[in-house]
Ligand binder design. Sequence first.
Ligand SMILES: CCCCCCCC/C=C\CCCCCCCC(=O)SCCNC(=O)CCNC(=O)[C@H](O)C(C)(C)COP(=O)(O)OP(=O)(O)OC[C@H]1O[C@@H](n2cnc3c(N)ncnc32)[C@H](O)[C@@H]1OP(=O)(O)O
Length: 185
Amino acid sequence: MAPVETTLPERHPDAPEPATELPEHYAYCFGCGSSVEHGLHLRATAGEDLTVRSRFTVTTAHQGAPGLAHGGLLACAFDEALGTAVGHLLRQPAVTGKLETDFLRPVPVGTVLFIDARIDGVAGRKVYVSADGRVNSPVGDIAVRARALFVTVELKHFIDNGRPEDLKKVAADPSLLGRTVDLNP
Ligand SMILES: CCCCCCCC/C=C\CCCCCCCC(=O)SCCNC(=O)CCNC(=O)[C@H](O)C(C)(C)COP(=O)(O)OP(=O)(O)OC[C@H]1O[C@@H](n2cnc3c(N)ncnc32)[C@H](O)[C@@H]1OP(=O)(O)O
């Protein structure tokens, strides 16, 4: 529940149609990037209305306890899934301001975590989102639940704060941004 009064935003007219597979947003993103060997390689599909469905396979590189996913890493997966929902459905860059997780059941190595994310409301630049994660099936008992606040920012946020050598790589090869951001609109 958002701590302030919110309104439900419109899904952006250019948001991907429901059932569209969404591209990785940055090749070196730990959450979705294909160039990060032991990253989460999270994949997402646009859902109806203000929803996005994501999934990732828990590997041996993701352990906290023997054979079980690390909690912080699961939080990372939710950060990614929630940010993807905000970015693609509202077509606005945003960063995580706050992220809260409830770990309800262990998530074993070798399972697929299905994460259903939704935008719950906006208030100015604040976007309130939440998600449920289930093991090996998009239905059934919830293993992890998360709520977050994203704050919309201008592209300038990334240009002003990013490490220059990484920004240069992206300028030289915009395909690293996975067709999500047009650097020359
Ligand atoms: C053409 C584009 C199309 C786009 C399409 C793209 C598709 C892309 C797909 C996929 C997307 C990617 C998916 C990635 C997912 C992963 C995301 C991450 O992990 S992000 C890294 C971690 N987060 C940070 O590094 C933030 C660090 N924090 C900051 O930079 C600042 O604190 C920032 C920007 C969050 C706010 O700073 P201020 O100076 O701009 O604004 P102020 O006034 O402080 O905050 C604005 C409002 O938000 C509230 N606020 C901010 N932080 C809060 C907090 N922690 N708790 C409660 N409220 C907070 C404030 O109280 C204020 O509220 P009031 O407007 O006054 O009502």
